[in-house]
Design a protein around this ligand. Structure first.
Ligand code: FE2
Length: 331
């Protein structure tokens, strides 16, 4: 990774296979800061370069996906898809969670899992994904990772059916589609993160950052926009799940938004998606990639008090703990 100033971009684009999302990290080094990208498509178009690398910056590419690991996950997902009996489904999910745990702790990369999930589960159109990426690459990366988390969290919480997991994936990505708007700024997605961490703080965060009125409106309306997107695109096998987008920031005391309705007890599947959406911080570029399990196990969130996310979280920890102790005892 070079950091020297250069007027040409070192980007071996032709080495990238033709995929929706590249199997590596594209880095833009600018002023000593590394930006990490996952870009849909294989090209780096001139507009993209102009936008993100105006001066003294350098692109570099590093492959991080282990093809073998990615393909193994895809095979496991496909096997899951065609199973019918509850016991077989449960065993297959256990196998997938165990493989996730094992590959991660043996230095394989989360991106292998994220890409396998994307290739097997994603129903969101390429155009829509490109729009998301063009809106903000950090938001796009966050969506891809959150959606992958929704799959593994779902499995550790006894959601064994392929179609339900697929819905979790697309719903989690769609939560962020509501944030993509022509007047979007990075702060808007950050406000959503703040709101997830501590309900009621998102708008105050935007005001503190001197966001424009338009940005505040995008933030306040993103649950409705996400909901409308899901309504007009038949992505979900369980269409009732689209309500999660609408109610993602409503609270039990009625102090949430956009409608300010008192949101009562939420179901486990709703908690899975909200938990997954809360896990990835748009600001963190590397932290959980290196220590994802530790990150998951140390997760703390104010929203746990308001939603039964705590139950979902505990169950996931139990699943990982179980795998961890099996590994230690060699069973
Ligand atoms: Fe949100």
């Amino acid at each position: 990774m070079t950091q020297e100033a250069t007027s040409t971009f070192k980007l071996p684009v032709k080495d990238l296979a033709k995929k929706v999302i590249c199997d590596g990290h594209l880095f833009l080094t600018s002023g000593g800061r590394k930006f990490y990208l996952m870009k849909p498509g294989v090209f780096v178009d001139p507009a993209f370069v102009k936008k993100h690398a105006p001066h003294n910056s350098n692109f570099d590419f590093e492959t991080v996906v282990h093809d073998e690991v990615k393909e193994k996950f895809k095979t496991l997902f496909r096997e899951l898809r065609y199973l019918q009996f509850e016991k077989d489904l449960r065993l297959k999910c256990f196998e997938i969670v165990a493989y996730f745990y094992r590959t991660y702790s043996s230095d394989e990369h989360f991106l292998s899992f994220a890409l396998a999930c994307h290739e097997e589960f994603c129903q969101i159109s390429i155009d829509e994904q490109l729009k998301m990426h063009e809106t903000d690459m950090h938001l796009f990366r966050k969506s891809i990772y959150s959606a992958a988390f929704a799959v593994i969290i779902g499995m550790t919480n006894d959601f064994y059916h392929f179609l339900m997991l697929k819905d979790f994936y697309n719903l989690t990505m769609a939560l962020d589609i509501g944030l993509c708007d022509t007047s979007y700024s990075w702060f808007v997605a950050q406000a959503c993160n703040e709101e997830n961490r501590q309900p009621g703080t998102g708008k105050a965060y935007l005001e503190k950052e001197k966001a424009t009125e338009q940005e505040i409106q995008v933030f306040l309306k993103h649950p409705e926009r996400g909901y409308e997107f899901l309504k007009s695109n038949s992505l979900l096998s369980h269409p009732e799940l689209k309500e999660v987008a609408l109610y993602q920031h409503e609270l039990s005391d009625g102090n949430g938004f956009p409608r300010g309705v008192a949101k009562g007890q939420v179901s486990s599947w709703e908690a899975v998606v909200i938990f997954a959406d809360s896990l990835v911080d748009i600001r963190s570029e590397y932290s959980f990639e290196t220590e994802v399990i530790k990150y998951l196990l140390n997760f703390q969130n104010q929203k746990l008090r308001d939603l039964p996310v705590g139950r979902v979280y505990k169950k996931m920890c139990m699943a990982f703990d179980h795998l961890g102790s099996m590994k230690e005892t060699g069973s």
